[in-house]
Write a protein that binds this ligand. Structure first.
Ligand SMILES: [Mg+2]
Length: 191
């Protein structure tokens, strides 16, 4: 293993516990075709809320990330290890900036992460993450959304850790974890 391990973490569903993320497979199945036809968006692209109403709804949905995930204390401790550099990279769009900054304070992000980034320019979330992984030359990125995992694996060399959920857990994947604690235990073994 090389000298310093650079690790990126997603926010919603990884650092923050988000029970709604288990609906991703359901939402994908039932909502995407509807979204594509009504909103004239490419069905393979991630949804971007354009109207004020949609943005309001989107903010409410992000309120479902309502607490810090179990295991974050261990992540904080691990961040003190000189062989590790941690970054926070979330695909959250620009209009969620205020909530994002509130969470950064709540999790004392400055003490844990070298730097934190959110998707200010409203790129497709997977594209934003891909760009950041390449820019920061990350070795590992921890993500909860299976759709994003698939895309990142195609376009980056980083090892993408998957924090899975009850509904998706049967999808075969080598770097699959069931909790942030488990991710942390694995990372400890690497340094
Ligand atoms: Mg997420």
């Amino acid at each position: 293993m090389k000298k310093v391990l650079k690790i990126g973490f997603d926010l919603d569903g990884v650092i923050l516990y988000n029970p709604v993320r288990i609906f991703r497979p359901l939402a994908k199945k039932f909502l995407k075709p509807i979204k594509a036809s009504f909103l004239h968006q490419n069905k393979d692209s991630f949804y971007f809320p354009n109207s004020l109403f949609e943005r309001w709804l989107w903010k409410i949905l992000h309120k479902t990330s309502f607490r810090i995930n179990t295991g974050y204390d261990d992540i904080k401790k691990l961040s003190k290890n000189k062989k590790i550099k941690m970054y926070l990279i979330t695909g959250r769009y620009s209009f969620l900036g205020q909530d994002y900054h509130t969470w950064l304070k709540k999790i004392s992000a400055k003490k844990t992460f070298i730097k934190c980034y959110y998707n200010k320019q409203n790129k497709q979330p997977n594209q934003f993450k891909e760009d950041m992984i390449k820019k920061l030359k990350l070795d590992i990125y921890v993500e909860d959304n299976w759709d994003i995992i698939e895309k990142l694996n195609h376009h980056t060399k980083a090892k993408i850790f998957w924090l899975t959920n009850i509904l998706d857990r049967n999808i075969p994947y080598q770097l699959k974890f069931f909790s942030l604690l488990e991710v942390c235990r694995y990372l400890k073994k690497l340094v």
